[in-house]
Design a protein around this ligand. Structure first.
Ligand SMILES: C[S@@+](CC[C@H](N)C(=O)[O-])C[C@H]1O[C@@H](n2cnc3c(N)ncnc32)[C@H](O)[C@@H]1O
Length: 276
């Protein structure tokens, strides 16, 4: 069987092309994530840590274990997701959200559907708190992700200080505590803001997510990009069915849904309204 790359001899664990293909198909089946063939080295380095922790000596053995152990499946998915995010990433989306909230003050539900480590839902919460001038608006913010580890970090709300360097002085002081002593160089989201966001594990691929509707705003950014076309359409259709007819769907910078005019219509740069 062919080994991946010429560096295989230097690798700690045997890793074949077939192992990589099995990882790919398992991840696709469980999370809808379509890994590119070029990700073979990334897969090796991320999963090698699991093999070391579990004292397993080959990918073949590890894959058999993942298939038989639900808890390990969670670690497997956590290890392979890409969680890159930032506060106010794609700032125009938060300006659009602020405008939307000013026009639709009756907005009740916002769903951040791949929230990663929390920077995105907290940016939504800061926007909501600023527009309504309160930390207790009549708006629920639900933040979900498939990765239980990033959600744990999100709930803690602790970040490197430089992650908020782009924020205004007002936002920094209103929404963050500055770490002291052992916490120097870190900031923590203020308790009032943390309480505005509810974090839950949710796999967009799962058949049984059941959310309270109608949802006014959905942020689903930079996750659909990992899914194939049929999966994207299926998930988008399910989301649209949950949305308020005046709702707003916010996509990632490289996600385009103009090929689904029966589901959504563009209303701004990578922003859509549901078609009902
Ligand atoms: C690149 S991050 C995007 C974070 C944030 N939305 C942003 O744009 O800054 C992609 C996130 O999607 C999550 N994800 C991947 N597959 C998922 C699935 N099937 N269901 C829910 N979340 C998923 C990953 O765990 C990761 O946190």
């Amino acid at each position: 069987m062919s080994a991946i790359q010429s560096t295989d001899a230097q690798r700690e664990f045997p890793y074949s092309r077939r192992d990589f293909e099995r990882v790919k198909s398992l991840l696709f089946k469980q999370a809808g994530i379509n890994l590119a063939d070029s990700k073979d080295a990334m897969v090796y380095s991320r999963l090698a840590r699991r093999l070391r922790t579990l004292n397993i000596h080959s990918f073949k053995e590890y894959l058999a274990y993942v298939g038989s152990c639900k808890d390990e499946m969670e670690h497997f998915i956590n290890a392979l997701t890409t969680n890159l995010t930032a506060f106010f990433r794609e700032p125009h989306h938060f300006e659009a959200l602020a405008n939307y909230l000013r026009k639709r003050s009756q907005t009740k539900r916002i769903w951040c559907a791949a929230s990663s480590t929390g920077e995105e839902p907290y940016s939504i919460a800061m926007t909501v708190a600023s527009v309504f001038g309160t930390f207790t608006p009549n708006v629920q913010i639900l933040a979900t992700d498939i990765d239980s580890k990033v959600l744990q970090k999100a709930r803690e709300g602790v970040y490197a200080q430089n992650s908020i360097s782009q924020l205004s002085h007002d936002y920094k002081t209103q929404f963050f505590y500055k770490g002291k002593g052992a916490q120097t160089g870190r900031v923590r989201v203020v308790d009032e803001l943390r309480k505005m966001v509810q974090f839950e594990t949710l796999n967009l691929m799962s058949a049984n997510w059941c959310l309270e509707a109608p949802i006014d705003v959905i942020f689903c950014r930079n996750v659909m990009i990992y899914f194939d076309r049929p999966t994207q359409r299926k998930i988008l259709a399910r989301m649209v069915r949950l949305m308020h007819s005046d709702g707003m769907y916010v996509a990632g910078h490289s996600e385009n849904f103009t090929m689904y005019p029966e589901l959504v219509a563009p209303m701004g740069k990578t922003i859509y309204r549901p078609v009902v």
